[in-house]
Design a protein around this ligand. Structure first.
Ligand SMILES: *Cc1c(COP(=O)(O)O)cnc(C)c1O
Length: 436
């Protein structure tokens, strides 16, 4: 199968050679045309936002660090102009417009983008169980969920998930806080400190020598054998996706507050690190709903794990893995070490994304050190996949021409790099990253 596939899709040669590669979507459509294919609506995202507002008093009560935002889990947005100039000179590429960083790395509770989708799905499941049991009503003060009665109720239920680390961290901490019995199936990529942190919260951590796909399979199998166990399916979950999508409206409010315009004359480019696809896919969906065709989303993957680019480019989606091409799926970007993309996300979003690109681990570490030097911000390697995006986009004349961007529009553009994790990396781990 491989030879014929490579013949049909010559770009695969670059992926196999582990070269940094980009592919801009020739089939992009407008939001109006693309939306029906997503299978989810603006109303679904609004329902998710409303659910998070119902839970806010509870979140603030059990996680006091969220009090600054009244129990709404949201991250800061910062301008990184020193970094913009550093990128410009490092890559010898003109970088007009603004460069912003969205610090999901500093989301409370679990320090990564998974504090959006992962926590949201646990809350949605808990709410459904408690409503069904008559122990909770929609108009209640949700702080009642912290009561012994509710915690005892949740302790009769289990939650399982497979993860490379950060999803496990979010789901484990949130589930344990509610009182659930929770098992996290961790792939070999998962960092030791993430496992230790989970165990300190009373979470059962099962470790595997293999990659993410196997960890997910094991989690799924555990749940299949036990009706009291709910499996959070990172590869297919609409609920996770909607938890991420709420970010769109929130970012819109943050940009408005800073009087940063987004319209035809002021395009917004957003660069999202992609693992299985739920996080960046959900966020991109929310962004499209918030900004329509004026937002341009690009997904970024490690050269060793380009699963989404591969799946969408070939149209095979989850029927192909990077290992099928002999690519090893070994990368320092543990949050992105996924060999097979979500078929749901690839199919839902393929009409709405501007493009996909890959970055080497070497590039990730160069950018990690640059951001630390120029902005004093420290993140984990996975969170840097987006950082080269503005350079990739700005350099590709074919892409700029495809969308008809003029120099004037580009000079008024906002480039937003989504920093997806790293706020909780221990100091000694970070020192190792900076030495790499
Ligand atoms: C999980 C993760 C991503 C990507 O999210 P997916 O839903 O797996 O695509 C990006 N960055 C970090 C740090 C992550 O943990």
């Amino acid at each position: 199968m491989t030879d014929a596939l490579i013949e049909r899709f010559p770009l695969l040669k670059q992926l196999i050679a582990l070269q940094e590669t980009q592919w801009f979507n020739p089939n992009i459509t407008t939001l109006a045309e693309g939306l029906p294919h997503v299978g989810l609506s603006e109303q679904d995202v609004q329902d998710a936002a409303a659910r998070l507002r119902r839970f806010a008093p509870y979140i603030e009560h059990v996680f006091p660090e969220t009090a600054v935002n009244q129990g709404i889990i949201e991250s800061p947005l910062v301008t990184i102009d020193h970094m913009r100039r550093a990128l410009q000179s490092h890559y010898q590429t003109d970088m007009p417009g603004k460069l912003l960083l969205k610090l999901d790395s500093h989301l409370p509770i679990s320090g990564s983008i998974k504090a959006r989708g992962g926590i949201y799905e646990v809350l949605a499941h808990a709410e459904q169980l408690a409503l069904q049991a008559g122990l909770l009503h929609l108009e209640d003060d949700y702080r009642t969920l912290a009561s012994d009665e509710l915690r005892h109720f949740f302790s009769q239920h289990q939650i399982a998930v497979g993860s490379t680390g950060n999803l496990g961290l979010s789901i484990g901490i949130m589930s344990a806080k509610l009182g659930f019995r929770v098992t996290v199936h961790m792939s070999a990529d998962a960092r030791e400190w993430k496992k230790a942190k989970l165990r300190s919260h009373g979470v059962t951590v099962v470790e595997y020598d293999s990659d993410y796909g196997v960890a997910v399979e094991q989690g799924r199998a555990q749940a299949q054998n036990d009706p009291s166990c709910f499996f959070i399916d990172d590869e297919n979950s609409r609920t996770l996706f909607l938890g991420y999508a709420v970010a769109g409206e929130r970012l819109k409010a943050q940009l408005a507050q800073r009087e940063i315009r987004v319209d035809a004359e002021h395009p917004l480019f957003v660069y999202l690190p992609c693992g299985v696809g739920g996080g960046p896919g959900g966020v991109a969906f929310g962004l499209k709903l918030a900004f329509g065709d004026h937002v341009h989303c690009l997904f970024a993957e490690p050269t060793h794990s380009p699963c989404m680019l591969l799946g969408v480019h070939t149209g095979l989606h989850d029927a192909i893995s990077v290992q099928d091409l002999g690519i090893d799926n070994l990368t320092a970007a543990d949050g992105l070490a996924v060999g097979r993309a979500s078929g749901f996300v690839g199919r839902a979003m393929e009409r709405l994304l501007d493009g996909y690109y890959t970055v080497s681990d070497e590039t990730l570490f160069t950018l990690l050190k640059m951001l630390s030097d120029y902005e004093q911000i420290q993140l984990e390697p996975s969170a840097f996949a987006g950082m080269k995006g503005p350079v990739v986009a700005q350099r590709d004349h074919g892409y700029l021409a495809q969308h008809g961007f003029s120099d004037a529009q580009l000079s008024r553009a906002t480039h937003l790099v989504w920093a997806t994790g790293g706020g909780m990396v221990p100091k000694d781990e970070m020192a190792k990253y900076l030495r790499s």
